[in-house]
Every structure is written in structure tokens, then in C-alpha cells.
Ligand binder design. Structure first.
Ligand code: G3H
Ligand code: 13P
Ligand code: ZN
Length: 322
């Protein structure tokens, strides 16, 4: 027997995106796979009164366990209430690879799923996306599709080179699949090494975004690979024994510009990973006798809260919109 996300207190992304489109801001989609990350996301979004999409990759779901995740999401809703603001919370599958993965997430209480058919042919992408939409919509779960390939590595989808979204394909894709949102490729990529170190960072292809907007006006667009790769934390990691030299991300002013457009959802995972790891490295280097996980996870969690709040307030424009 499946569980409906509605019984967990979650919402799908439909109303969130309609409001974000109208208000010219973007909903944060933060990836998590453990308790401390989830606590930090909820605290930050409650403190900044922001709606939020809790994002789980297939690998994160395997890591955390599907049943645990369902109750963690339910706990997140109750935690937000306890903290004093019932912010809208969606639980979203990131980069779903097959119909079966998406179906399983719908059955386990996700309120939104992504089917990433971007590595298939156009026709195959449409076919699998349509199949997911039919099942998901029957459960009032929203669906994100993708056109164009981002470089970088996700669990099931590995691309060495990116290919920008072809604006001429978006109308047919959206009409034939009936997806609720569309991820496009305009020069971002996954991970902490998005651009070549020592060279000027190439601007995102806002011309492609504008062409897509013209063809599907008012339709929610999603930006993956949107971490800024916060340099203070990269430096901290390198200072305390790590080796992430040359890590670079998307400049914040470009994300601000995207958030004010039809981009309604901005995906951030790597920045959370960097903050968490940097603070743990710093703490353990300065306190070599500590071995209680709470001692090093607490400062890591505290900096995550600060970072997510700053994103909501200064980059995405989602603060105060809950
Ligand atoms: O886009 C991919 C996300 O950063 C998730 O990464 O598959 O390693 O959990 P993951
Ligand atoms: P980053 O690696 O830039 O955080 O991108 C995350 C993402 O797109 C998750 O789907
Ligand atoms: Zn992604």
C-alpha cells in the first residue's frame, strides 16, 4: 500500500511555482541525505520564511533508506511547525532515472519527481516522461522533465560534455509530456568544478533561457548545477587537509538574474556538501581529542543554516514568501 504525500503534510510544487513565477523569485531545492542537513534546511527556511523543496537523489535515497526518508520528511513538516512557521515543503526525487524509480517515490510519499530522460533520444525522453507524468498526476504529484544535458556526474546519469537545450524542442516536449516544469541546460554543470580555474568564468547562456521563455511563456523552468562553490569554504577545506584546488561555481549575480526570470526552481547540492565538510575538517583539526559526532556536526549544521538563509535572502529571493 502506498502512502500519499498529503498524509505527511507535504505539498506538490504547482502552487509554489505559480507564486514564484508571479513574484519573480525561485524556490530553493536543497539536496539532503542525513539528519543534520535536513535540520539545517528546515531551520533556515523557517527563519527566512521561505518555501522549500527537499531534494533526494536516487543515491541519497539508497543511503538514507526509503522508509527512513518518508518519516524524515514527515518529521521535517512537524519540525517546521514547532519552530513556528508552517512553510510549504515539497519532497522531490532528483534525477529519477526510470519509470520504476519515479513510481516507487510516488508510492513512498514524494510530492514531486524528476524524470531525467535527457540522455535518451528526444522521442525516448518524451515516452518515458509521459509515462511518469501519467502515473504521478493520477496521484497529484508534480513532474519535472529535462531537455539538454548538463556536464557532471549524478548517480545514474553521467555526462562528460554538456549540450545546451534546443529552444525549438521545448514546446513539443512540454505539450506532448504534460510535465509541470522543465530543466534546461544553459551552461551550468553538477559538482564543484564547473569552470576551468585560471580562466574567466563564461556567462550562462541567458539567450537560450530567453528563447525558451518566449516559446513557453509562464512555464516553470528549472536550473540544475546552481551551486556557487563558496570560496571561503573551499579555502577552509584546502587549509585543513583537503584538496579541492580550482573548484569554481556559478557567480551569485547570475543566479539572481535567473531567479528573477521564468526559472522557478534552483538546485543546490554541492554548496551544502562544501560547508558541511569544511566545518567538520576545521573542527577536527582544531580539536584532535574530539570524537563525539555532536561536537563536530553541530558547528557544521550551524554554518549550513547560515548558508541556506543567505541563499534564500540574497540570491533566490524566496525569503518572506512562505
Ligand atoms: O545532481 C545531482 C545531485 O548533486 C545529487 O548527487 O547523486 O551524488 O546524490 P548524488
Ligand atoms: P550543484 O552540484 O551545483 O549543487 O547542483 C545540484 C543539482 O543540480 C542537483 O540536481
Ligand atoms: Zn541536477
Amino acid at each position: 500500500m502506498g502512502v500519499s504525500y498529503k498524509d505527511l503534510g507535504l505539498v506538490n510544487t504547482r502552487e509554489m511555482f505559480a507564486k514564484a513565477m508571479e513574484g519573480k523569485y525561485a524556490i530553493p531545492a536543497y539536496n539532503f541525505n542525513n539528519l543534520e542537513q535536513l535540520q539545517a534546511i528546515i531551520s533556515a527556511c523557517v527563519e527566512s520564511k521561505s518555501p522549500v523543496i527537499l531534494q533526494v537523489s536516487k543515491g541519497a535515497r539508497d543511503y538514507a533508506n526509503a522508509t527512513m526518508l518518508r518519516y524524515m520528511a514527515m518529521g521535517a513538516v512537524e519540525y517546521a511547525k514547532e519552530l513556528g512557521c508552517n512553510v510549504p515543503i515539497a519532497l522531490h526525487l532528483d534525477h529519477g532515472d526510470t519509470f520504476e524509480t519515479c513510481k516507487s517515490c510516488v508510492d513512498f510519499g514524494f510530492s514531486s519527481v524528476m524524470i531525467d530522460g535527457s540522455h535518451h533520444s528526444f522521442e525516448e525522453n518524451i515516452a518515458v516522461t509521459k509515462q511518469v507524468v501519467e502515473y504521478a498526476h493520477a496521484h497529484d504529484v508534480t513532474v519535472e522533465g529535462e531537455l539538454g544535458i548538463l556536464a557532471g556526474i549524478e548517480d545514474e546519469v553521467v555526462a562528460e560534455v554538456s549540450s545546451y537545450t534546443d529552444p525549438d524542442q521545448v514546446v513539443e516536449f512540454v505539450e506532448r509530456t504534460c510535465v509541470d516544469s522543465l530543466a534546461i541546460s544553459i551552461g551550468t554543470s553538477h559538482g564543484a568544478f564547473k569552470f576551468k580555474a585560471g580562466e574567466p568564468v563564461p556567462p550562462l547562456r541567458f539567450d537560450i533561457l530567453e528563447e525558451c521563455e518566449k516559446r513557453i511563456p509562464g512555464f516553470p523552468i528549472v536550473l540544475h548545477g546552481a551551486s556557487s562553490v563558496l570560496q571561503d569554504y573551499v579555502t577552509m577545506i584546502n587549509q585543513y587537509g583537503g584538496d579541492l584546488k580550482g573548484a569554481l561555481g556559478v557567480p551569485e549575480e547570475q543566479l539572481r538574474k535567473a531567479a528573477a526570470s521564468s526559472v522557478c526552481k534552483i538546485n543546490i547540492d554541492s554548496d551544502g556538501r562544501l560547508v558541511f565538510t569544511a566545518k567538520i575538517r576545521e573542527h577536527l583539526a582544531n580539536n584532535p581529542d574530539h570524537f563525539d559526532p555532536r561536537q563536530y556536526l553541530k558547528p557544521a549544521r550551524a554554518d549550513l543554516v547560515k548558508m541556506y538563509k543567505a541563499k534564500n535572502e540574497n540570491v533566490l529571493g524566496s525569503a518572506g514568501k512562505a
